[in-house]
Design a protein around this ligand. Structure first.
Ligand code: 13P
Ligand code: SF4
Length: 322
């Protein structure tokens, strides 16, 4: 039997209350999973990966239901090990996170002894056990500034690394040693370069994860920002422009339009297939399962020794002030 959307939403609201669940959602979730409490919905907090990690570390609820991808939910468990962490679909992956293993990081450390390893938060917990410090796309430059020495190993995003390298060399005089991982979503924007170039009257909204040939447009005097999802939202709010070109995941437009009803956003609408493995119905199923035997299918579990080691680079990152 098909359940109406309104009925699903009301069941979600009741169950989250009954079971003491906080619901966290990334900006790349479909619109129905960005339905916040303040708008009559059920999501406690919508944010970028740094904001979600901070929320996860501060929550008092017994259970966290994380609408995002698996490395994000694992991070929530690392920063708040006392809580139960669940996902609507725990198999939701990420091409960056699966591009590098703990053994790969060990090999890099042997190749470059003494060089600190800054790992993007988009890595699995087992890989994090080998990192010195994590960063997200919002705090990467501040984290790099906090490290000793003139070289940093940055893994796994090659494109983000190339984009960061320009700024980090200029501002901090440091060189990055890079890995060959990429976001399969953001690299697709390469196919839309002619379309972007033709958008003369739009400001550009580029995520750090797009290839350098795209961010090079900024060197040619185009207005806009290269940043995290949160940075992009902040930039648009403060900009006087009325038209923007978004080169990041399509559903970031949900928050952009909500916060800037008077502004226009153009995007080829590239979607992350992993993020979209979360649906309203799956969220309801996860909530129904919490507290019973069926919850195992939605629970994020990690070995205690992995948690003990992997939380250190995340905690070091959270201690860096931005
Ligand atoms: P943010 O840190 O900007 O939220 O990005 C997360 C991500 O997975 C981007 O693809
Ligand atoms: Fe991973 Fe890219 Fe999807 Fe973000 S958008 S979760 S980096 S595959």
């Amino acid at each position: 039997m098909m359940i109406e959307k309104e009925e699903i939403v009301s069941r979600i609201k009741r169950l989250k209350q009954e079971k003491d669940v906080v619901i966290l959602s990334h900006y790349y979730m479909p619109a129905e999973l960005q339905f916040e409490l303040a708008d009559g919905g059920f999501v406690d907090f919508v944010g970028d990966s740094l904001g979600l990690s901070v929320q996860a570390s501060n929550t008092h609820a017994r259970n966290i239901l994380f609408c995002g991808v698996r490395f994000m939910a694992e991070t929530a468990l690392l920063v708040n090990n006392g809580k139960n962490v669940f996902m609507p679909n725990p198999s939701a992956g990420c091409s960056l996170a699966s591009s590098i293993s703990a053994a790969d990081v060990r090999a890099l450390k042997e190749q470059y002894p003494g060089v600190p390893v800054m790992g993007y938060i988009n890595t699995y917990a087992e890989t994090k056990t080998e990192l010195d410090i994590c960063c997200t796309s919002r705090n990467a430059i501040a984290v790099a500034a906090s490290l000793e020495g003139d070289r940093i190993i940055f893994v796994p995003d090659l494109y983000m690394g190339e984009n960061l390298q320009k700024v980090i060399k200029k501002e901090l005089g440091k060189d990055l040693i890079l890995w060959n991982g990429s976001c399969e979503v953001h690299e697709q924007f390469r196919n839309f370069l002619p379309q972007m170039a033709a958008e003369n009257n739009a400001e550009m909204l580029f995520h750090w994860e797009v290839p350098e040939e795209i961010t090079n447009m900024m060197d040619d005097g185009r207005k806009g920002i290269v940043g995290s999802t949160g940075d992009i939202l902040k930039y648009v709010k403060e900009s006087n422009a009325s038209r923007f070109y978004l080169a990041s995941e399509c559903d970031l437009s949900v928050a952009l339009k909500k916060e800037n009803a008077d502004k226009e956003f153009i995007t080829p609408c590239v979607k992350c297939p992993y993020m979209k493995q979360n649906t309203l119905l799956k969220l309801l199923e996860a909530l129904e399962a919490i507290g019973g035997e069926a919850e195992a299918a939605y629970r994020i579990d990690l070995d205690a020794d992995i948690i003990a080691k992997a939380k250190l680079p995340v905690e070091r990152m959270l201690a860096v002030k931005i």
